[in-house]
Design a binder for this molecule. Structure first.
Ligand SMILES: NC(=O)C1=CN([C@@H]2O[C@H](COP(=O)(O)OP(=O)(O)OC[C@H]3O[C@@H](n4cnc5c(N)ncnc54)[C@H](OP(=O)(O)O)[C@@H]3O)[C@@H](O)[C@H]2O)C=CC1
Ligand SMILES: O=C(O)CCC(=O)C(=O)O
Length: 477
């Protein structure tokens, strides 16, 4: 009999009589747990609890907030092995990647524990004689966090930790596909001494709960990561209510490979960026833009490396690629593979594997053009288009010719080209001889154009979103 996991509302575990079965994508008959399927009523209760708890959390000493967050970080790190197994089972990421993600979540809490006591302002001379001006940062109130399935602990952590550090109360709605890690994070925050009502977890279907959270007049801000379609809808609602909103959405991230690249480095960078985590990263390299001189040798080596990837049970330490996270996601990937063939690409791999679970061979779409739908629309699976270009200038033009602008990369040994690319890339993050995916926890994360809205996440800059600035004038006589 699976354990029944409930919401955390006002410091109490509470559920409905409806449940969601959290199933393992490697083996859908493995039920990880039963998680409550909430109704909108529970969102209302969570927001009410958060609203009540927030003022005393905000007026508590910054050291108290820092201690709670630091303890939560320590508990996550001390349970990293068990959490990584849970993450692998519910999302399908291989164990090493899952452990990396859990450690990142723990480090995020520790980083923002420090930000709670570093939250500063400015003191300036006024233009008026005898006056002082100072700025301070204040929390927003209640913030709603809506998170996706692909980073089921890191994303809830890197949103909740800065929100709490700043003195906000939080209502988190995690993805229905992967509620387990968010539930464990809630348990840990509770255990770390987070006061009742300051952090609330409500699990269930996004269309109903997410919408209730976004529309609630007592929710001052929404931070969302997920699809562009849902992100746009949330932004529209927030705009109507003049509510602060932060969106992290898709990407169609380019990785440029120049003739002067170290071939082995380029192959490993592209293999990782395109296929690791089964391509289910908004930062994945889904367009490999390759200069003509190196193109054929690169494709031959990358194809050999692709075909040799060990796909299987993510809990087996020899596995390099786990399953796709869901049947629906897999169906979308297989449709993209068919579309690439219809568009005239030579497709290598991409087939569903004949075994239990949602396994798919990683796919390369050779002979792709940047105008093809498979090179323009996010697929969010282990699929990468290979686009041949004549030179650096064309590579940059193709890299930037996308509605997205999250991450961007180049493989080159030329300082001149690396420097120019860092300057010219229309993206929030630029990588040189490194995969477009896989970022540090303590520096800004986010993009431009259709990828992001509302300010960066992670690093000290994340505090900007979760605070509002007050300017105070004093006449001292
Ligand atoms: N990091 C990223 O950039 C991610 C991008 N994606 C992209 O999105 C595609 C679809 O994935 P999917 O999981 O459906 O992404 P969604 O955008 O539907 O889900 C992201 C989060 O939003 C919630 N949600 C869904 N509908 C609403 C709504 N109307 N109002 C408020 N919240 C809502 C979801 O809840 P619930 O899970 O209960 O539906 C989930 O918590 C992927 O193929 C990929 O292209 C997906 C995940 C992450
Ligand atoms: O590449 C990373 O490390 C983070 C990716 C991410 O945040 C996402 O896919 O949502």
């Amino acid at each position: 009999m699976s354990e029944y996991m409930k919401n955390l509302i006002n410091g109490k575990w509470s559920g409905t009589d409806r449940v969601t079965e959290n199933r393992n994508p490697s083996n859908p008959s493995d039920i990880i747990g039963l998680y409550t399927r909430s109704d909108s009523e529970m969102v209302l209760k969570a927001v009410e609890a958060a609203k009540k708890a927030q003022p005393s959390w905000a007026s508590a000493s910054p050291q108290f907030r820092a201690d709670v967050l630091d303890k939560a970080g320590s508990l996550i790190l001390s349970r990293a092995d068990a959490l990584a197994r849970l993450l692998s089972r519910e999302e399908g990421k291989i164990l090493a990647e899952a452990k990396g993600e859990v450690i990142r979540a723990g480090n995020s809490f520790k980083f923002f524990a420090g930000e709670a006591v570093r939250l500063g302002g400015q003191k300036l001379p006024s233009t008026r004689k005898g006056c002082d001006v100072e700025t301070t940062r204040e929390p927003l109130g209640v913030v709603g966090l809506i998170t996706p399935w692909n980073f089921p602990i890191a994303i809830p952590a890197w949103k909740a930790a800065p929100a709490l550090a700043a003195g906000n109360a939080v209502v988190l709605k995690p993805a229905e596909l992967t509620p387990g890690c968010a539930h464990e994070m809630a348990r840990i925050l509770h255990e770390a001494g987070c006061p009742d009502g300051v952090f609330n977890l409500v699990m269930g279907a996004g269309a109903e709960l997410g919408a209730t959270l976004v529309e609630h007049p007592d929710v001052s801000a929404i931070s969302f990561t997920g699809s562009e379609a849902v992100g746009r809808r949330i932004a529209e609602t927030c705009a109507k209510q003049l509510k602060k909103v932060q969106l992290e959405m898709g990407g169609k991230n380019p990785m440029v490979v120049l003739d002067d690249a170290d071939l082995e480095v380029a192959v490993q960078v592209c293999l990782n960026g395109a296929f690791f985590s089964t391509g289910q990263r908004c930062t994945a390299s889904s367009r490999l833009i390759v200069e003509a001189g190196i193109h054929d040798a690169f494709v031959e080596r990358l194809e050999a490396a692709r075909a040799a990837l060990r796909i299987g049970d993510p809990l087996d330490t020899k596995t390099q690629l786990g399953p796709v996270a869901s049947e629906r996601q897999l169906a979308g990937n297989l449709e993209a593979v068919r579309r690439a063939a219809d568009e005239g690409c030579v497709v290598r791999g991409g087939e569903r594997l004949d075994r239990e679970g949602f396994f798919q061979a990683p796919a390369l779409f050779l002979g792709s053009h940047n105008s093809m739908s498979t090179a323009r629309d996010e697929i969010f699976g282990p699929c990468a288009s290979v686009i041949r270009v004549a030179d650096f200038d064309e590579a940059v033009a193709v890299a930037n010719d996308t509605p997205y602008g999250l991450s961007s990369g180049i493989c080159t040994q030329s300082l001149k080209h690396a420097s120019a690319f860092k300057r010219l890339a229309q993206a929030g993050m630029v990588m040189v001889n490194l995969p477009t995916a896989g970022v540090d926890y303590h520096v800004p994360f986010g993009g431009r154009k259709g990828s992001s809205l509302g300010g960066r996440e992670q690093g000290s800059i994340a505090m900007d979103f979760y605070t509002t600035v007050k300017t105070a004038y004093t006449f001292a006589g």
